[in-house]
Design a protein around this ligand. Structure first.
Ligand SMILES: C[S@@+](CC[C@H](N)C(=O)[O-])C[C@H]1O[C@@H](n2cnc3c(N)ncnc32)[C@H](O)[C@@H]1O
Length: 204
C-alpha cells in the first residue's frame, strides 16, 4: 500500500501556524509520492485559504479510526511517549503513519495520549519534541529513504532573530538543511516574527 501520512486534527480551530505546517506536509508528501490525509476535520471548521485551494491536500471529516478500521495493525502512531524508536524496518510492518494535529507546547502536555488511547502501535522519534511537519519529515526520511533516526542531522532549540535587538528560541527539534538552518514550512519564519512583534506591541 502507498505510504500514507495521517494527521488527525485535534484542535477545535485551525490557526495560521497549523495551516503552514499542513500545507508543507501536503506539498512534501506529494513530491515524495506519499499520500497525506488530514482527518477529523469538523464540517464547521473554516479552512484557511492557503489550504482550501491546495489540490494535494485531502481533507477528511472521518477519523483515522473509521478510515482504517480494517487495517488497524498497519497503522503506527508517532508517539513521544512510546518506548520503541522508529526504524527503517518498520516500513515493512506499517503503511500508515499517524500524527497528532496539535501545536507544539512547552512544556509538552501529552495530547498525543488522545490517539494513544485508541490502541495503535507506537514509535518514538527520539526524546525531543518536534513540530508536526518535522515529525512527518523525519518519519519519511526513516520509512521511505531508510535513513536511521540517529543519522538524521538535527537542530535543537534554534534561535530565530526577530530584529536587531531580539531573538526567540524555538523549543523544538528540527531537521537541519544543507545550509545549516532549521527546515521550516514556507512562511513560518515571517509568521513567528510577526507574532513576536505583536507580543511586544501588546506590552505597551
Ligand atoms: C507538536 S507534536 C505535539 C507534542 C505534544 N506537545 C503533545 O501534546 O503530545 C505533534 C505530533 O508530532 C509527533 N511527534 C513530535 N515529536 C515526536 C517525537 N519525539 N516522537 C514521536 N512523535 C513525535 C506526534 O505524533 C505528536 O502528536
Amino acid at each position: 500500500m502507498t505510504l500514507t501520512f495521517v494527521v488527525e486534527h485535534l484542535d477545535p480551530e485551525l490557526g495560521p501556524w497549523s495551516a503552514l505546517e499542513y500545507a508543507c506536509i501536503a506539498r512534501e508528501s506529494k513530491e515524495n509520492g506519499a499520500q497525506f490525509l488530514l482527518t477529523s476535520v469538523p464540517a464547521s471548521l473554516q479552512m484557511p485559504e492557503n489550504l482550501a485551494r491546495m489540490e494535494e491536500l485531502k481533507v477528511e471529516r472521518r477519523s483515522v479510526e473509521e478510515i482504517f478500521a480494517d487495517r488497524k495493525s498497519r497503522v503506527c502512531l508517532l508517539d513521544p511517549a512510546a518506548t520503541i524508536e522508529l526504524s527503517p524496518a518498520d516500513r515493512d510492518d506499517f503503511d500508515v503513519f499517524l500524527f497528532g494535529g496539535i501545536l507544539g507546547d512547552d512544556p509538552p502536555r501529552d495530547r498525543t495520549s488522545e490517539l494513544r488511547k485508541k490502541g495503535y502501535a507506537g514509535r518514538r522519534l527520539g526524546p525531543q519534541q518536534m513540530t508536526t511537519d518535522t515529525a512527518v519529515r523525519v518519519t519519511r526520511m526513516i520509512a521511505q529513504q531508510r535513513i536511521p533516526l540517529d543519522k538524521i542531522p538535527y537542530l535543537d532549540h534554534p534561535e530565530l532573530r526577530i530584529n536587531e535587538h531580539e531573538s526567540t528560541e524555538m523549543p523544538f527539534r528540527y531537521v537541519k538543511s544543507s545550509d545549516g538552518k532549521p527546515i521550516m514550512p514556507e512562511g513560518m519564519v515571517e509568521l513567528i516574527k510577526k507574532d513576536a512583534d505583536k507580543a511586544v506591541d501588546d506590552l505597551f
